[in-house]
Design a protein around this ligand. Sequence first.
Ligand code: GTP
Length: 304
Amino acid sequence: MSWLDRLKSGLSRSTTKLADSLAGLASGTMPLDEARLDAIEEALITADLGPAVAQRIREKLEGPRFERGIDEAGLKAAVAEEITNILAPYAKPLAVTAFPRPHVILVVGVNGVGKTTTIAKLARRFTEADYSVMLAAGDTFRAAAIAQLRIWAERVGVPLVSGEQGADAAGLAFTALEKAQAAGTDVLIIDTAGRLQNKSGLMDELAKIRRVLQKRSPAAPHDTLLVLDATTGQNALSQIEVFQSVAKVSGLVITKLDGTARGGVIVAAAERFHLPIHAIGIGEGMDDLRPFEAQDFATAITGR
Ligand SMILES: Nc1nc2c(ncn2[C@@H]2O[C@H](COP(=O)(O)OP(=O)(O)OP(=O)(O)O)[C@@H](O)[C@H]2O)c(=O)[nH]1
């Protein structure tokens, strides 16, 4: 199966939700009047694209262009085109640009969103592109998180810097950066704790990690990735807000788009927060995390 087919099948629940409503609202013979525009707007909101995006798409459909009606294919194409326009500026694959090396990527997000597996999948993609990678188990709060990352590091075949449970996360990040610099590593990916219950503690910890990294590499971290679980829908949007306030989030990775009907949340996130979307996850397998592409996503979610 091609990636687009896998994306389509992963997104099928989101697609069904949006495509079925659009199909029901299309008519090649009846004018696209206020009532139908309202219903289309509503369908877009129900599909988690958010009120601002729904309004924007509605405006595109208003006016003389479709006054004689719009059939199902036309409506899906028009919606897909607008979704592509909204998403395209934010579809940016992660790039290894730091010089001198390593390119440091700090990974943040609440527990359970798929942070650890995302780190493993990114590590794998980078090694496949011939970059050397090192991981750091900066979620020192939970022994399970350290153990989990160790398993992944072994599977992917990359070195891991870890400490004891309860060790100072910033100290660990510093040691990891020292080791990566000494080894000439291209990419250092640092896991962090995701305890939102203690917001000020988390903010202090992330700020301290940045500070100590910058002692050895003034531009580090070069990326601060926030990992979000698409199945949490609107809650993912509040997580962006919170993490922007505790960390300088520079881009998003959105996981678990398979098996959720809430994939539309990506469009809402892009429109509202203007953050790059680096990659999306559509399954637990190593190949199920890929760079985000606006047009593929728009095609998949509108069921074109
Ligand atoms: N279906 C699906 N499952 C995923 C995806 N990404 C991650 N997962 C699964 O989500 C679960 C949690 O992933 P972890 O990587 O352990 O999440 P985490 O945020 O590090 O969570 P903790 O380590 O428990 O804090 C695992 O079972 C993953 O296999 C995805 O894109 N699709």
